[in-house]
Design a protein around this ligand. Structure first.
Ligand SMILES: Cc1cc2nc3c(=O)[nH]c(=O)nc-3n(C[C@H](O)[C@H](O)[C@H](O)COP(=O)(O)O)c2cc1C
Length: 289
């Protein structure tokens, strides 16, 4: 899959055609999800795709799931069930978004839908399992095919001819130097240094990850061959949402590094060194680069 193209072109879709996704494509997505690779390979997951006509998911969850209970109406819903583990939510973010990029590669649009907790969704959808519902995602075809194109800002001092100007959809993203620090907190990284280190592209794509309310809560610290991911703890988002957002950004960075430089794997938890990370941020993971 051409991840750079997929990440550039994807967007959250909230208005779907009534047209169903064919059984062949649904099966292809499900098949892919069983062996596409996870953040934590030992965690067991089960993936279900529900048909809204048959299962009335929209009617059952409207008022409960979605921002302020505003459920998204779609022909299908992808649900990720997971065994509980220290990092099973981050793993779900990583796995879910990987499946959504595959779906997008097959022409299928999507949108993550937040929800208060697994038990409420299980009860409303009559799902009985020991596993926890960790993701609820709308799937289908975009009813408004025309995209509004906005160039993502890459920074005034950086020559745009050296990196493709990414044509985004409507949602804004921070500049790379605003979310990447060098060696210490608030010491904004320099784009030409990142380029020399061969990391500019991967960080450019990592910041395009979708996040709850488009908060873009991730900040990266680059230190002696290590990249550390930190995430902001906001009052209006839950721990669940922060963990999903973390998993997705780890995936985006990794996919581009894997395709351009080398195979990368994330270590969950903190490295030995302290980085004066402020109280409202926490270190999620780190990787060697
Ligand atoms: C964990 C998570 C939960 C989300 N929940 C919702 C939701 O309930 N309703 C909604 O309309 N969008 C939801 N979104 C989509 C985000 O608002 C969207 O990704 C963000 O605004 C960036 O826009 P983009 O995906 O089009 O780039 C969610 C995204 C994530 C990652």
């Amino acid at each position: 899959m051409n991840y750079k193209k997929l990440i550039t072109e994807r967007k959250s879709v909230r208005d779907y055609k009534k047209t169903k996704v064919s059984e062949k494509i649904i099966n292809e997505i499900l098949q892919y999800s069983t062996n596409c690779g996870k953040l934590i390979s030992t965690i067991e997951n089960e993936i279900i795709i529900k048909d809204n006509n048959e299962d009335k998911v929209f009617d059952k969850l409207n008022g409960t799931a979605g921002y302020l209970g505003r459920m998204i109406e779609a022909p299908h819903y992808l649900i990720i069930l997971s065994d509980k583990n220290e990092y099973h939510i981050e793993n779900t973010g990583y796995l879910g978004e990987k499946i959504l990029l595959k779906a997008f590669n097959l022409g299928v649009n999507s949108c993550w839908i937040t929800f208060p907790n697994s038990d409420i969704i299980k009860e409303k959808l009559n799902i009985t399992t020991d596993k926890e519902i960790c993701a609820l995602i709308a799937l289908g075809y975009d009813a408004n095919k025309t995209k509004i194109i906005n160039p993502i800002q890459v920074g005034e001092n950086y020559s745009k001819s050296e990196i493709d100007v990414v044509n985004d959809n409507t949602s804004f993203r921070y500049k790379i130097q605003d979310i990447v620090y060098y060696k210490e907190w608030d010491n904004n990284a320099d784009l030409s240094d990142l380029k020399k280190m061969g990391l500019l592209e991967a960080l450019h794509y990592a910041r395009m990850a979708p996040s709850t309310l488009n908060r873009q809560p991730w900040r990266f610290i680059l230190d002696d061959g290590m990249l550390i991911l930190t995430i902001r703890d906001d009052e209006n988002t839950s721990e669940y949402e922060e963990k999903i957002d973390s998993g997705i950004s780890m995936l985006y960075f990794e996919l581009i590094v894997d395709q351009t430089i080398f195979d990368l794997s994330w270590n969950m938890g903190k490295p030995d060194k302290e980085y004066n990370v402020p109280e409202n941020y926490k270190i999620v993971s780190y990787c060697n680069i």
